[in-house]
Write a protein that binds this ligand. Structure first.
Ligand SMILES: Cc1cc2nc3c(=O)[nH]c(=O)nc-3n(C[C@H](O)[C@H](O)[C@H](O)COP(=O)(O)OP(=O)(O)OC[C@H]3O[C@@H](n4cnc5c(N)ncnc54)[C@H](O)[C@@H]3O)c2cc1C
Length: 331
């Protein structure tokens, strides 16, 4: 693969792929580098022999016209589907139906639309970028011994990870400080299966009491089978148990789910296939005005620049691409 590109995008989540798609459509030669073995980032699905779970993002909504247009394309291609099952909220006393919204999920896995976007892009997986450096030609990007050059760079990764890569010296000191000042919060996710259906009125529920923040009958989404459940711990609980082992987290969160099931009049299921995943940078959103550095050829993208969530990630990728397309690069 060539080592010289117009633009290198670091990160193949929603933000990176939307930036790359837009830049390539505008005629730029774009390379995407991703540290994982697949695309999707936090739009992730975990599989074992008998089950699968969306253990990161659960669904997405589409409010802006620009994202709705993209959603319509994915729907027509069957890369996403509507998740129409009831979603409830629990406040410790009452289970109530949550406000109705159009919710979408990747089909058959959460990253399906991103896999489709990636097919038209130059993408290198399993490449963890370890350093970026400004040069007279633009930017040098290193992953251990491997080196690439590009005139422009999109960093489409969570704020704390961006802060470790962006040079803190002139001319990127302001954008480095901006990323470094944006905290992101963790989330412990637990994935479970059981043999028999649980008789609950909802497919997903926001839990506003105790250790959990969300639970979902993952198999209720189109293209999924079985009795697979996902639990998300609250930010406070995840922070307090950040360094616990996966086994400890599984035991504590199953106990919490069983407690809720008992309150809702359900027998304790025979849980199987229990797995846990710690999302260190699950969510976060800058509360400051976004600082970019397009004149240096470097821009940021990511949900944290645009209110968090998948739609924000998509829109921030488009904004980053537009900023680079409009930029006059000053070396
Ligand atoms: C538990 C959980 C639940 C969520 N629920 C929802 C929800 O229901 N609805 C919703 O809209 N959003 C939800 N979100 C948020 C949603 O997942 C994100 O907003 C969105 O996926 C972020 O996309 P992104 O492209 O900004 O970042 P990411 O998806 O994080 O993508 C960044 C990519 O960069 C890669 N990367 C990082 N560092 C490097 C490096 N040095 N070199 C190369 N690659 C690198 C990562 O591997 C990753 O693939 C949830 C997130 C979590 C974790």
């Amino acid at each position: 693969m060539e080592s010289n590109w117009d633009v290198i995008v670091i990160g193949a989540g929603m933000a990176g792929l939307s930036a790359a798609q837009k830049l390539q459509a505008a005629g730029r030669r774009v390379l995407v580098l991703e540290k994982s073995r697949g695309v999707g980032g936090r739009m992730a699905t975990r599989r074992d022999e008998n089950a699968q779970w969306d253990h990161g993002a659960q669904y997405f909504t589409a409010r802006s016209a620009i994202f709705r247009r993209q959603v319509a394309i994915w729907l027509r291609a069957n890369q996403i589907s509507r998740w129409t099952e009831p979603i409830y909220a629990w406040d410790g006393q009452n289970l109530q139906i949550s406000s109705p919204q159009q919710r979408f999920v990747g089909t058959p896995k959460m990253n399906a639309p991103l896999r489709a976007m990636a097919t038209a892009l130059n993408l290198k997986l399993s490449v963890q970028v370890t350093a970026i450096q400004a040069t007279t030609q633009g930017w040098q990007v290193s992953a251990g011994e491997q080196i690439w050059q590009a005139q422009q760079l999109v960093l489409a990764i969570p704020a704390p990870q961006a802060a470790t890569l962006i040079p803190s010296a002139h001319p990127t000191q302001a954008v480095h400080a901006f990323a470094a000042h944006t905290p992101m919060q963790p989330c412990w996710a637990v994935m479970l299966s059981c043999e028999h259906a649980i008789n609950l009125p909802f497919a997903g529920a926001f839990i506003n009491d105790g250790a959990l923040s969300w639970l979902a009958h993952d198999s209720s989404k189109l293209g999924r089978a079985g009795q697979n459940w996902v639990l998300h711990a609250s930010v406070a609980w995840s922070q307090a148990h950040l360094e616990n082992s996966a086994d400890e987290v599984i035991a504590l969160l199953i106990q919490e789910f069983n407690r809720l099931l008992k309150q809702w009049g359900q027998a304790e299921p025979n849980w199987q296939n229990a797995l846990a995943h710690r999302w260190k940078f699950a969510q976060g959103s800058s509360t400051e005005a976004v600082v970019q550095s397009a004149e240096t050829g470097l821009v940021l993208a990511g949900d944290w620049l645009a209110g968090g969530r998948i739609e924000g990630a998509y829109l921030s990728g488009i904004d980053a691409a537009n900023a680079l397309l409009a930029a006059t690069v000053v070396q």
